[in-house]
Ligand binder design. Structure first.
Ligand code: PXP
Length: 238
């Protein structure tokens, strides 16, 4: 069964717009879990424009399902993640200041760096996932880094889904098969939404988790967060 991890970055973005504590991010995370979310994801960026580093410990203290922190492993990020010890850290190759994550690691090029950093998290009992393109070669070299899981970048899938969904999913199926060969768990995320989610979940073998933020929070403006979480869970189970 694929788990739904709700990315709450956009909630922090609204909170930060007024410098007060509305909406209350911590309460929102608790509510998401009460409504059925099976994980909470956050992605602190160096400019802290949405999630702030000081949000991490209070979130860890309340999240009862799975707490996943994503981000580029610079010195500060590594230090904070080791301090907070979430259940999972997802390493993303974002340059500072980027609007959103739009590519996966070049695992062959950065293998040495990744091996060292992954080891640091794993000796501290934190599961590691690497954000990757849906490319069997990238998966193969990820298999040599010590990572537990990989997260497929689904941005291209989401765009191409509208034109030709069979074509859009092809590389993801091949890459997921390679993940099975490498003994890696598979997560996925970026631009997944109510239209493209079911097709993805049904096509990818052993998909453990999807993390969804932008579309889900946008849908909540119309339907409310409780309904929306149930709608996404329904799409996953269809
Ligand atoms: N996975 C990663 C690594 C991300 O950076 C993001 C966006 O923060 C997501 C998943 C979720 O993407 P979206 O907000 O488009 O659902």
């Amino acid at each position: 069964m694929t788990r739904l991890s709700v990315n709450i970055n956009k909630v922090a973005l609204i909170r930060n717009a007024r410098g007060e504590n509305m909406p209350n991010l911590i309460q929102f995370a608790k509510d998401c879990e009460d409504y059925g979310a099976q994980g909470i994801t956050v992605h602190p960026r160096p400019d802290e424009r949405h999630i702030r580093y000081d949000d991490l410990q209070p979130l860890k203290d309340v999240v009862k399902t799975e707490f996943n922190i994503e981000g580029y492993p610079n010195e500060k990020f590594v230090e904070k993640v080791l301090e907070v010890k979430p259940h999972q850290v997802t390493l993303v190759p974002d340059p500072p200041g980027v609007l959103t994550s739009s590519e996966g690691w070049d695992t062959a090029k950065h293998k040495g760096f990744l091996i060292d950093i992954i080891e640091k998290f794993k000796v501290n009992g934190i599961r590691v996932s690497l954000f990757l393109e849906a490319d069997p070669e990238a998966v193969k070299s990820a298999g040599q880094t010590g990572t537990d899981r990989i997260e497929f970048y689904t941005g291209h899938y989401a765009k191409n889904f509208l034109k030709n969904k069979e074509n859009a999913i092809e590389s993801h199926i091949l890459a997921a098969k390679e993940a099975i060969n490498q003994g890696l768990g598979v997560n996925a995320g970026h631009d997944l939404n109510l239209d493209n989610l079911t097709y993805y979940v049904n096509a990818i073998p052993n998909l453990l988790e999807v993390s969804i933020g932008h579309a889900l929070i946008s849908d909540a403006l119309y339907y409310g967060i409780e309904n929306v979480i149930k709608m996404y869970l329904h799409k996953i189970s269809q």
